[in-house]
Design a protein around this ligand. Sequence first.
Ligand SMILES: Cc1cc2nc3c(=O)[nH]c(=O)nc-3n(C[C@H](O)[C@H](O)[C@H](O)COP(=O)(O)O)c2cc1C
Ligand code: SF4
Ligand code: SF4
Length: 263
Amino acid sequence: MIFYFSGTGNTRWAAKALEQQLNEELIYIPDVMNGDCKFRLKEDEMIGFVFPIHGWRPPQIVRRFIRKLRLEDVEAASHHYVYALCSAGDSIGLAMDYIERELADKQLQADAEFSLIMPESYVGLPFMDVDSKERETAKKKQAEADLAAFIDDIRNRRTGIRKLKKGPIPGFFSGPVGGFFEKHLITDKPFHVVSSRCVKCGICADVCPTHDIIGGLGSEPQWKHEGDCLSCFTCYHHCPHHAIEYGGRTKHKGQYFFGRTRR
Ligand SMILES: Cc1cc2nc3c(=O)[nH]c(=O)nc-3n(C[C@H](O)[C@H](O)[C@H](O)COP(=O)(O)O)c2cc1C
Ligand code: SF4
Ligand code: SF4
């Protein structure tokens, strides 16, 4: 069973490859988050957690999901092969430590942990933008090779694997910087629509994983401001007219997403 989250599609690409090559059931976390999060595992079934990195930490929705997760017969579950795979634009810091702590509360332990470096999706700070086309292509090519090797590790149930690109001073970035990021930069408050460019197609509302956008189809989108936004920028990146801005920080910036819009 693979539990995954993805905004702009990078992680979905990896999760789908895992699904197809390992013949595993794929579950999109936002689809099940509001249910009881109870799952029955087949005998010897692997458990995968697949997610992007947000501010050198796993996205809050992923951590909340693991806290809610109920795997039937925890004792048996603890004998299943467990892995965590994340995608990031550059470096993950100590993000996997956060996952390990959540898993430990469920009497689970990751046998293998991996990070893939994928195209950048964060554009919410003045100095951040999407990658150049060349860089995007190079990252995807490398990610394809890395993912094939990771899938081989998982298929063979190799344990003690830690193939992680932590980057410099990982404790600092995941700790104080990540804390600041979560507190001040995970918010939908700066989102607004430029009326002259919006054609009211509804795509932004349709792609939002947390249903944080009211309207869109037939009316201009409005963000709910109820604390559900993950700042994944999926709405921004999918707008066909670049009509969504984040304060003044996304003017003239690029857009990016990987693969089909919908699951
Ligand atoms: C809110 C947010 C924060 C991010 N923080 C980081 C980060 O700390 N380190 C990093 O390397 N990439 C970071 N990224 C880039 C994403 O991790 C990367 O593009 C990822 O592959 C996106 O996955 P997705 O397309 O499945 O949503 C961030 C992206 C977003 C939207
Ligand atoms: S995706 Fe863009 S054009 Fe379509 S409704 Fe949303 S803001 Fe308007
Ligand atoms: S409103 Fe936009 S940034 Fe926020 S969760 Fe939805 S798609 Fe992501």
